[in-house]
Write a protein that binds this ligand. Structure first.
Ligand code: FE2
Length: 439
């Protein structure tokens, strides 16, 4: 007996040159997709008529710091709005962290993300703290939620690898404890030379422990911050290519065009992934500018046009670096469309892919990702016509299905107008989220 059939859903494929939409039934058994067909004849224990709603692969959060989420204002507000005041505030806040503190906040966030259609999350864990509490907490949580959420943990040396004698040792210990990826922050090392050395160290550790790489790279407006070329050079040398990700790279937005043009060629040879974080970097960057103020994002459009894999992440939700946010990847894509000038029709579709399929490529989880027969039944249903409509309305998913089970459903709000001479009744987005399952 089939467990679940979702009937009359609209499936969009981005896999060809042209976007193709077909109306299908999807059958689910034992957590996997067993059939996708225009008119599936069999019946199931549970059936839902989707009435033409959009079926989409789940959202992928490719960059977030779950250890610092939901701490905005603790112990104080970031009044300057800069990255560096954020690091100072987090330095004070993390003296207070405990396993329980990190796990409670991170789990709250993961539920919030799942309700909004995110089923794959890459989180960074600060490993500059000598007890490695954040890392331990997030590794435990990774295992506890694996039946409904896939979490990757990056060992992230927030204070730099060479700013303190023990940080190098802590980073390696984090990999021995089971972190999925190794990170770095070369632009925050004390000298340019330490920054270069830190990138080389990250690659050395990744090769030694066979891990992915995700480096916070050039997250600054300084056009002289050029560690991306070092990451590209190391990726070319080691042939690690798609196992390497450069996050932020906001300085790339300030490089002169002659250098940027040369760099794009190197990046095409390196074939590394990029993650831009439009919500946070539009607020963090440009703080030292008068006018004109820079937008604080990397060259998303140019990277995409040159065939490089770009995804979007939140980076932060309600923490010392970014006090807003709800965890919605459609909010992220919406901001990306605006500040990256991605308003063309094909460009809006590309931004949708930056919070879905491109993120899956970055996380190296493509074997278990996508709405295809034989893959895990992990997908979402949106009351939207297409990806453009989804980004425009930023609607919450009607259903979130993870590994064959409906884990969250949201009933849209209905707003009634009672205005004389105006046709009443119009409805718009979102309201109550019901979370089934044992979360
Ligand atoms: Fe980050």
């Amino acid at each position: 007996m089939i467990d679940l059939i979702l009937r009359r859903g609209k499936l969009v494929s981005f896999s060809t040159e042209n976007t193709v939409t077909v109306t299908v039934d999807i059958a689910v058994k034992d957590g996997k997709i067993t059939a996708i067909s225009p008119n599936f004849k069999e019946s199931a224990a549970q059936e839902i008529d989707l009435e033409g709603k959009l079926i989409s692969p789940p959202f992928v959060e490719s960059h977030i710091h779950l250890d610092s989420v939901l701490t905005a204002g603790e112990p104080r507000w970031n009044e300057s709005g800069t990255l560096f005041e954020g690091i100072q505030i987090w330095g004070d806040r993390k003296r207070e962290i405990s396993m329980e503190d990190v796990k409670n906040r991170a789990l709250t966030m993961l539920k919030q993300q799942a309700a909004q259609g995110i089923l794959f999350v890459r989180t960074h864990a600060d490993v500059s703290e000598p007890q490695l509490i954040a890392l331990q907490a997030l590794l435990e949580l990774r295992d506890e939620v694996k039946d409904w959420m896939t979490v990757q943990v990056v060992a992230f040396p927030q204070d730099g690898i060479y700013s303190d004698l023990q940080n190098e040792m802590l980073l390696e210990k984090a990999l021995q404890m089971g972190a999925d990826a190794v990170g770095g922050i070369p632009h925050y090392e004390l000298t340019r030379e330490s920054g270069v050395r830190s990138v080389q160290k990250v690659f050395e550790l990744a090769e030694k422990y066979n891990r992915l790489i995700d480096i916070h790279c050039d997250e600054i407006d300084d056009e002289q911050s050029r560690f991306l070329e070092v990451v590209a050079a190391e990726a070319i040398r080691t042939k690690m290519g798609s196992r390497v990700t450069a996050s932020h790279t906001t300085a790339f937005g300030s490089y002169n065009n002659a250098y940027a043009y040369k760099l794009i060629g190197f990046l095409q040879r390196a074939q590394i992934n990029f993650i831009a974080n439009p919500l946070i970097n539009i607020t963090l960057q440009g703080r030292a500018d008068t006018y004109p103020k820079r937008r604080g994002v990397t060259r998303v459009k140019e990277l995409w046009q040159n065939g490089l894999n770009v995804s979007f992440g939140h980076d932060c939700v309600q923490d010392p670096w970014y006090s807003l946010g709800t965890g919605s990847m459609l909010d992220v894509a919406h901001m990306g469309v605006h500040i990256c000038h991605m308003t063309g029709r094909e460009e809006v579709d590309a931004c949708y892919q930056m919070v879905t399929a491109n993120g899956a490529k970055t996380l190296d989880i493509e074997d278990n990702y996508g709405v295809e027969v034989g893959k895990p039944a992990s997908f979402i249903v949106l009351d939207a016509n297409d990806s453009y409509d989804a980004i425009r309305t930023r609607i919450k998913p009607r259903y979130v299905i993870s590994q064959g089970k409906i884990i969250a459903s949201t009933i849209p709000a209905a707003t009634d107008f009672s205005l004389t001479g105006v046709t009443p009744n119009c409805s718009f987005v979102e309201k109550s989220v019901s979370f089934s399952k044992v979360l």
